[in-house]
Design a protein around this ligand. Structure first.
Ligand code: WQD
Length: 341
């Protein structure tokens, strides 16, 4: 029985990473965070401490610097790794693909090399539904063809999965689970952590929430899609449900003899942009000023998950409703805007 029980969480001060760190620590696991703070704040550490009662170990390093990564594994007795750290904006990746290929792929390759040097044998990889591209087969299962993604961001996830699969197949001990997230939204029920996009928000929920608060115009990117109301459909999943899926996947890896497996982590429900706007207006009791613009480069028309495989094999079920996703987002945005990060 390995005495190593530490989980390295790369990007652990980020949005999904911080919620997963809280979940892991509440399950009694010891966490070591690696984060370069490019899209998070060191203040999140004390926020995590306020929720859990203790502060996780934190190294501010960039995964593209392999010697810095090696130093962490020399100092810490690592049992497994959850790899979140990556640039993740679909539309930004279209504008600056090399930023995405360099950061997302070099980071992963460095991590795999150092894991091999230190015989760390379990890797949970933060993948994405963007690997399915603009598929017309919805809901998507894990067998839905993974082919040309609709953005360089999605391509780094496809390449990342392939790199991991090849390394797992070349190893007799490495195991990996690939979690394909749909659209992570909402914030922790404590109200102390949430999506802290540094600079301008880039995802739907924080943008709507800030537009409601500031009574500014919200731009809908496209109303001519083949969907019931013409706006794109997505599978929005509460970030705490996403976090619990990581704990379930880690426990699954402990027991499973399967060397590599992929799981869709979504709710199985699709909502359009206009439906999300209506939910925000109902809960905030405020009207949103909306304009309709051209489609956004890299956007897909509609995608939502068939997540039965995760429910059955990971014994995981999403618990939070759309109302709780929206409400927790509004509460967090109000708290976030009142603090200096
Ligand atoms: C959602 C919808 C926009 C802003 C995200 C992440 C990616 C991946 C998948 C995990 C789209 C529309 C948005 C606005 C709008 N997640 N929109 N006006 O693009 O589906 O991808 O989830 O890996 O990391 O980027 O999410 O929140 O950017 O957009 O109309 O001002 O909202 O067109 O249809 P997306 P999003």
């Amino acid at each position: 029985m390995s005495t190593k029980k530490k989980v390295v969480v790369t990007g652990g001060l980020g949005y999904i990473g911080s919620h997963t760190v809280v979940e892991l620590m509440q399950q009694g696991l010891e966490v070591v965070i690696i984060d370069n703070l490019c899209n998070s704040s060191v203040h999140i550490l004390s926020q995590i401490e306020e929720i859990v009662g203790e502060k996780p170990v934190f190294y501010q390093i960039d995964l593209v610097d392999i010697s810095a990564v090696r130093e962490v594994f020399e100092k810490e007795d690592v049992d497994s790794v959850i790899h979140f750290a990556a640039h993740l904006l679909v539309n930004e990746s279209v504008v600056d693909p090399l930023k995405y290929y360099r950061n997302n792929l070099v980071s992963l390759i460095n991590l795999l090399e150092v894991m091999n040097e230190f015989s760390v044998e379990k890797l949970l990889f933060s993948s994405s539904c963007t690997v399915y591209g603009d598929t017309k087969q919805v809901p998507v299962t894990e067998e839905t063809p993974v082919f040309k993604a609709s953005s360089p961001y999605g391509t780094t996830k496809i390449m990342g999965e392939q790199i991991i699969e090849d390394v797992v197949n070349s190893s007799s001990t490495l195991k990996s689970v690939l979690l394909r997230y749909f659209n992570p939204v909402g914030a922790h029920s404590s109200g102390k952590i949430g999506e802290l996009s540094i600079g301008k928000p880039s995802h739907l929920f924080p943008i709507i929430s800030q537009a409601i608060e500031s009574e500014s115009v919200f731009k809908v990117f496209g109303k001519d899609y083949q969907t019931p109301d013409g706006t794109p459909v997505r599978d929005y999943i509460h970030v705490q449900d996403l976090a619990s899926a990581h704990v379930a996947a880690l426990q699954h890896m402990e027991k499973s003899s399967c060397s590599i497996d992929a799981f869709n982590i979504g709710t199985g429900n699709g909502f359009s942009v206009l439906e999300i706007i209506r939910e925000f207006e109902n809960i905030s009791k405020k009207k949103l000023h909306v304009t309709f613009e051209e489609r956004r480069e890299g956007d897909v028309e509609k995608i939502w998950a068939d997540s039965n495989k995760a429910k059955e094999k990971l014994n995981w079920t999403p618990r939070f409703s759309l109302e709780e996703m929206v409400r927790s987002c509004l509460v967090w945005e109000n708290y976030r805007s009142s603090k200096e990060w």
